[in-house]
Design a protein around this ligand. Structure first.
Ligand code: BGC
Length: 739
């Protein structure tokens, strides 16, 4: 039985000031495990004292361990209030699904929902009650390493995908033992970090903030995510954790969020580093004013709130509200009845990495792979003599750095999957790593990779690779960024593959064999000459546990690839930030009459090398002109006034395949300049060879609203273009008016 509001209030009334403050303090798991010191909490001895009252902990998992900690904690707590256990379960607990960016590539919210459901089930059995996911940050700059955690550069897609994740994590009730509470992060605009450098400042006009950056957070919040996390960045000069306008006016009042607002790791204390607060005490006061309920891993709240309240700088009523939100979350998780939230070693062992979960992860891999090139129908594979070359041939690090609980031994490599697939057949497959993963002395964040025998080792691998290249007719190059090159604090100013892999590619291409290139990556890359030289090119992202299986399913043609790029791939890093929904400028290219003085680069196209929404299948599709059932919609008159835009799509190729038909709209003139295209809908159609289908989209006034010069979300009368096509570069358009 969940506690009643009055019981919670009575509990709150009975708590001491210290007890209340400590509900707002989150400690790192290390404090409970008594291991090394961690950032933010300099004084470990003090942290240990704090642990008897701290309201929540992050980073722990393991049913027995958590049960033991919880039992001891509750016995010693004056009011026996349970501790709350949080962890980053981002794209997998044990069964690891493709990274969020790859999930964005599926254009299929159901994939995200199912993935989150599996993760929640495994994590909950393992003792986790809250996950710090989904990340709904809009990302436009491939230099930023955290793009791997986002579903991409489009706010509409982000909203749908992350809302589906919330649904999957939370289910119908977070009290359910197979579910966890979700936390939307990082509020707000963390993805706009200047120059793609992590933790950097963000300068965004209120218009762009509201029209673009805040959009992706809306849907997962309205889906009922129970927590929101502040971001590390400043937004127009104000660190998020102290931004009262952003947190109170926008997040709580406008967006209606009434759950727990937690700071990011040490973000309250970092307001001192930013030069926004003089000391931890001022930081605590500013964060409380802004409405941040939980201080993640610093001593700001624990060390200063009591004094701030006694001095009258922070009111006890404000404190009580924050504490009540934390108690309500605990109550809704059912922790007052079952403080372990169903954690059980037996159950965990029974359900984790189940056949069914692995099959779901495999399906997600198949749907997330993006085919960028397939010259003369190179894929699906038809060769009987294949060489797999490259550092990803048998590498188990196919998850992302944010699959922190992943045991990589469970990951299926390409080699394993090829061996399974072709055992006993007449297809001969040879394998060679060909090169090391990264260049010598690469900075990989947690470690600097160095090998004294780098050259010799690499030469040996290259020699072996070139030998097997001679013995086959088709080469599959398995290249990519290292696991450690995307994720938090992995910004890159050069977004190419490691040089050592490019050297390998350069030598292998000279063999003149059929070349299929697979790229494992957590971000869009500058692919150099790989697209031109390769006969086929498949972006595999960071696919997780079922990597090898899902990729082999696609390579062999058991299923056609269907992924679409969730972020633009550039020609070169100098184009970043790069996103399709940009403005036209006053001098777009081509610009008649003044062709030199246009908005362009002298040495590179403006457009992406591969645009948002792009991805091939094994088949060919023809799409008809856009038909509109009427050419005007009446503004405001009736909510039901809408136009129907439709196309006929036909599979004209030889394979059954699934296409993603995309709807974009352009507002031709507004009180504020509008993007050249914005995704407003998409539909998946599966068609066999020769089959066709009609795909229709409703266009409503609601879809035409934007943040206008009057500082409101509203529509403006005028002309619009509607585009329906297979990627964001489509020019298949029709016009209509809002009158
Ligand atoms: C990250 C968050 C994460 C938190 C807790 C921070 O460094 O920015 O995304 O949830 O750590 O692990």
């Amino acid at each position: 039985m969940i506690m009643k509001k009055e019981d919670l209030q009575a509990l709150l009334n009975d708590m001491s000031l210290e007890e209340k403050i400590m509900q707002l303090v989150q400690l790192p798991g290390q404090t409970f495990e008594e291991t090394a010191a961690v950032t933010g909490l300099a004084d470990m001895e003090k942290a240990k004292k704090m642990k008897s009252l701290a309201g929540s902990v992050l980073g722990l998992h393991g049913a027995d361990k958590i049960k033991a900690i919880q039992k001891e904690y509750m016995e010693n707590h004056p009011h026996h209030i349970p501790l709350m256990f949080m962890l980053d379960v981002i794209h997998g607990h044990d069964t690891v699904f493709p990274c969020p960016l790859a999930q964005g590539a599926t254009f299929d919210p159901e994939v995200a929902r199912v993935g989150a459901q599996v993760q929640a089930k495994e994590a909950a059995a393992d003792g986790v009650q809250v996950t710090f996911s989904p990340m709904a940050d809009l990302v436009r700059d491939a230099r930023w390493g955290r793009v791997v955690e986002s579903t991409g550069e489009d706010p509409y897609l982000n909203g749908l995908m992350t809302a589906a994740m919330v649904k999957g994590y939370q289910g119908d009730s977070i009290a359910d033992k197979e579910h966890v509470a979700a936390c939307v992060k990082h509020f707000a605009a963390y993805g706009a970090a200047e120059a793609g450098r992590d933790y950097n400042t963000c300068e965004i006009s209120e218009h762009t903030l509201r029209d673009q950056y805040l959009q992706g957070y809306r849907l997962p919040i309205s889906e009922g995510a129970r927590l929101v996390m502040t971001s590390f960045n400043t937004l127009n000069g104000i660190p998020s954790s102290g931004n009262k306008w952003l947190m109170r006016d926008v997040l709580r009042d406008e967006m209606g969020f009434d759950g727990v607002l937690i700071s990011d790791w040490a973000a309250i204390a970092e307001m001192v580093n930013w030069g926004f607060a003089q000391d931890l005490k001022e930081a605590a006061a500013l964060a409380m004013d802004a409405g941040v309920d939980i201080d993640m891993c610093t001593e700001s709240y624990s060390g200063s709130l009591e004094a701030l309240i006694k001095e009258g700088r922070v009111s006890e009523a404000l404190l009580d509200k924050a504490v009540m939100r934390v108690l309500e979350l605990k109550n809704d998780l059912g922790l007052f009845e079952d403080p372990y939230h169903g954690a059980s070693e037996e159950r965990y062992k029974e359900i984790t990495l189940s056949k069914d979960s692995r099959e779901k992860a495999r399906d997600a891999v198949r749907k997330s792979l993006v085919l960028l090139e397939n010259k003369e129908g190179t894929l699906p594979l038809s060769s009987k003599k294949i060489a797999l070359i490259g550092p990803y041939v048998d590498d188990k690090d196919t998850h992302s750095a944010w699959a922190i609980t992943c045991n990589k031994e469970n990951n299926i490599t390409l080699r394993q999957a090829f061996e399974e697939e072709f055992a006993g057949s007449d297809v001969e497959v040879k394998y060679s790593n060909g090169s090391l993963m990264v260049d010598n002395d690469s900075d990989l964040g947690f470690l600097k990779f160095h090998s004294d025998t780098f050259r010799e080792d690499n030469d040996r691998l290259m020699k072996e690779a070139l030998e097997i290249a001679d013995e086959c007719d088709t080469i599959i190059m398995c290249l990519g960024e290292s696991l450690m090159q995307s994720g938090e604090s992995t910004s890159r100013a050069k977004i190419t593959l490691p040089q050592v892999q490019l050297e390998l590619f350069g030598k292998v291409k000279e063999k003149g064999k059929k070349l299929i290139t697979l790229i494992f990556t957590g971000r869009p890359l500058d692919l150099g000459d790989i697209p031109e030289v390769s006969d086929a090119l498949l972006i595999c992202w960071r696919p997780g546990t079922e990597s090898g299986h899902g990729i082999v399913d696609v390579l062999t043609g058991k299923t056609s690839p269907q992924g679409k790029l969730p972020m633009s791939f550039p020609w070169t890093v100098g184009q970043e930030p790069l996103y399709y929904n940009r403005f036209n400028t006053g001098r777009p290219k081509p610009f008649e009459g003044a062709s030199i003085f246009t908005s362009r680069y002298l040495d590179c196209p403006n457009e992406a090398r591969y645009p948002f929404g792009f991805g091939l299948t094994y088949s060919e599709f023809e799409i008809s002109e856009v038909k509109l059932d009427k050419t005007s919609i009446t503004r405001g008159s009736s909510a039901s006034d809408k136009a129907i835009a439709s196309v006929e799509i036909k599979n004209t190729g030889a394979y059954a395949a699934t296409q993603t038909v995309q709807l974009y709209i352009r507002d031709m003139a507004g009180s504020v300049v509008r993007p050249i295209k914005e995704l407003k809908g998409f539909k998946k159609v599966s068609l066999g060879p020769g089959e066709n289908s009609q795909v229709s989209f409703e266009i409503t006034e609601e879809m035409l609203k934007f943040w206008t010069a009057s500082n409101r979300f509203e529509s403006e009368a005028g002309k619009f273009k509607v585009f329906i096509g297979l990627d964001s570069a489509t020019e298949n358009e029709a016009e209509f008016e809002l009158v």
